[in-house]
Design a protein around this ligand. Structure first.
Ligand code: FES
Length: 106
């Protein structure tokens, strides 16, 4: 029988739930990269915790930082470019809106 153990946290993917979808964040994968790759509407400039452009609201879950980021954060916000994901997350972040098109499905 398998049990989820806190000690396994760095070895298995974390589940990232956004407003539009859920996906697995692989161990060592950068959260900002993963959000971009899954088509989410995230901004960025520095990708190193300086500018704050990438901030998103964290609705549940836990992250930390290797070094305290320089960008100002309100309570409940995280910087996906430089945070280290420590649990499954729920983010207030949606996918990019495509302008004027369908998904091609008939
Ligand atoms: S992109 Fe600059 S703080 Fe994340």
């Amino acid at each position: 029988m398998e049990n989820s153990s806190p000690n396994k946290s760095s070895l298995h993917p974390f589940r990232i739930q956004t407003q539009d979808m859920a996906f697995d964040l692989l161990p060592g994968q950068n959260l900002l990269d993963a959000l971009e790759q899954t088509g989410h509407d995230v901004s960025y400039q520095c990708r190193h915790g300086y500018c704050g452009s990438c901030r998103v609201a964290l609705l549940s879950g836990r992250v930390d930082y290797a070094e305290p980021p320089l960008a100002f954060l309100h309570e409940g916000e995280i910087l996906p470019c430089c945070c280290r994901v420590r649990s499954d997350l729920v983010l207030k972040c949606g996918k990019k809106k495509t302008s004027g098109g369908s998904n091609g499905q008939a």
